[in-house]
Write a protein that binds this ligand. Sequence first.
Ligand SMILES: [Fe+2]
Ligand SMILES: [Fe+2]
Length: 275
Amino acid sequence: MVPVVRRLLIDLEAPFERGWCGGDPFLTALFDALSMSFPVGEQFFIDSVRAALEQLPAERRDEFAERTRAFIGQEATHRRIHSLFNEQLLGQGLVNDWEKRALVRIGWLADVDRRHWLAATAAYEHLTAILAQWLLRNPHVLDGAEPRLRTMWLWHSAEETEHRSVAFDLHHAIGGDRRWRLKWFRRVTTFFLADVMRQTLSNLRRSGTLWQRRTWRSAAHHLFGRGGLARETFAPWREYFRADFHPDQRPDDLARRWIDENTAAYTVAGPASGR
Ligand SMILES: [Fe+2]
Ligand SMILES: [Fe+2]
């Protein structure tokens, strides 16, 4: 799929409730945690692919220019939308510690070869693509959410599917090494799991819902029950280690369908410069 930059027609200035995801404390805290990581993470992805494009030999730059521009445009739009969403979370009393930790780690990478940045970006892109796939397969988890927020999450999921192979292909194009890509994938997975757990627990604690029985019942069901996150994402997570793996081997029919069936939710903006 060639990524397309879309402007989402939803109002994120209007306030939403603390338990916006159908009153389910666990799902609300989990989605809030993920959203908190996006503005800083997506800026890092943008910087990585932009640096990679500059490193490409001139004769290969045209081949990647359009996809990279569209990737940057999509991630820049996601950053803006999730920043508005996150502002409301902070106003509701949540604290974004994930972002602070991510900024420290990105600082450590300042002088590192950009091929490592791309390997880390490709790893995060695989994680976001499999989370997106899970959400597109199980949209009922957002059934009780406000329609505009449901739209925001499904739009983001569809676009993550659309641009999932850009960082991966660029990493190969600038001479990235498979061993390093897998090393970063293991590292990124460890950071991601620790960060998402810590931030979800913090959100629950600050919402006063950490010790409610319904919180843990929902967590058990949505992680380990039928169609649960842990159950459904383990196999696609493991595919990354296969010698012949490429992100486009994963299905994209649900993303295409969402894009086709929800044209009233967005306008097409075309490739943008980002940032
Ligand atoms: Fe994104
Ligand atoms: Fe992405």
